[in-house]
Design a protein around this ligand. Structure first.
Ligand SMILES: Nc1ncnc2c1ncn2[C@@H]1O[C@H](COP(=O)(O)OP(=O)(O)OP(=O)(O)O)[C@@H](O)[C@H]1O
Ligand SMILES: [Mg+2]
Length: 313
């Protein structure tokens, strides 16, 4: 339904996008993951019609969008700092797009209520947006973008400015909402957790080029190269071989036995503990373990690697 075909954009010497190809099916949520400066926002701006590509084209439902101005593209936008209209209340913000479309008053009323309920902001109609919390503002921005029933929703780090807990909650809400409404969305983030949680597929962008596209499980199991692996947080790469951290088994060395390495650091991440190990041959190895009781820094351990978790890059 949405196709980006060989899009390139340069700013002077800087190639922000370099021959990017991308396809979104109806109802699909694709996340774009890449470090700062990799071209994520530029890609969304090209699709939205806010930036003209030097080469390539954007096609929506079979129509080349080159001559179509932003407000006629049927694309909804939610940006991190895409300010709400400060002089309108919540209601005025949510129904703005419907009014611009010239929708009938009953339709505006009905759709506005529906959207407020959807994002959990019933009763907020008359609140000035400047009195809302960051999370509430992002919900209003989402409702405003969804109200005119866009064909595609583009989101640029919409949760970037929120604290971790709120972000996790909104992330769950978003996933649920996208699912129920069958939204077709392209969601930009530099956070791997966010990209994996939300995306049916993930596009890894690097220096304006698509480094890899795949479902979260595929990327994790077969990153295209050492660089993508590093970016996903897979740091056990040596000589073109990747060891997935969940394939590393760790047992305390039995009394008297030397074991095969020592724990250098242990970091709790929710139910998982990430261990940094130093093997006796000097190699470093990351292990992700779930256990009620895990080895501590300084402990000697027996290390075993499940061969199924070794990936050739
Ligand atoms: N209007 C512009 N003029 C000049 N250079 C630009 C312009 N817009 C973007 N760039 C450059 O293009 C590159 C890609 O920028 P872009 O904003 O797309 O990155 P990004 O992946 O969204 O980064 P971030 O995660 O920091 O938001 C950067 O090097 C940026 O400096
Ligand atoms: Mg950006």
């Amino acid at each position: 339904m949405l196709r980006v075909e060989g899009v390139s954009v340069a700013f002077g010497e800087k190639r922000a996008l370099d021959d990017v190809w991308l396809e979104l099916a109806h109802g699909e949520v694709v996340t774009v993951l890449g470090p700062s400066g990799s071209g994520k926002s530029t890609l969304l701006r090209v699709i939205a019609g806010l930036e003209r590509p030097d080469r390539g084209r954007v096609v929506l439902d079979g129509v080349d969008l080159a001559g179509v101005p932003p407000h006629r593209r049927g694309i909804g936008l939610v940006f991190q700092d895409h300010a709400l209209f400060p002089h309108r209340d919540v209601w005025g913000n949510v129904v703005f797009g419907l009014r611009m479309q010239g929708a009938a008053p009953e339709e505006i009323e009905r759709r506005g209520r529906e959207l407020l309920a959807l994002v959990g902001l019933e009763g907020f109609e008359r609140r000035s947006v400047s009195t809302l919390s960051g999370g509430e503002q992002q919900r209003v921005a989402l409702a405003r973008a969804l109200a005119p029933r866009p064909r595609v929703l583009l989101l640029d780090e919409p949760l970037g400015s929120l604290d971790r807990r709120l972000r996790d909650r909104l992330l769950d809400d978003l996933a649920d909402l996208f699912d129920r409404l069958q939204v077709t969305a392209l969601y930009v983030t530099h956070d791997q957790g966010e990209a994996f949680a939300l995306g049916d597929r993930v596009v890894v962008l690097r220096d304006g080029r698509v480094a890899q596209v795949g479902a979260p499980d595929e990327l994790w199991a077969r990153p295209a190269d050492a660089d993508v692996a590093q970016f996903l947080g897979l740091s056990n790469v040596r000589d073109g071989r990747l060891v997935r951290p969940e394939a590393v088994r760790v047992r305390p060395a039995r009394d008297g036995a030397r074991g095969s390495g020592v724990v250098e650091a242990a970091r709790r991440m929710g139910p998982l503990v990430q261990l940094r190990l130093r093997l006796d041959d000097g190699t470093r190895l990351d292990a992700a373990v779930t256990a009620l009781d895990h080895p501590r820094p300084g402990d000697r351990v027996e290390v075993e690697i499940d061969p199924k978790g070794i990936v050739l890059l």
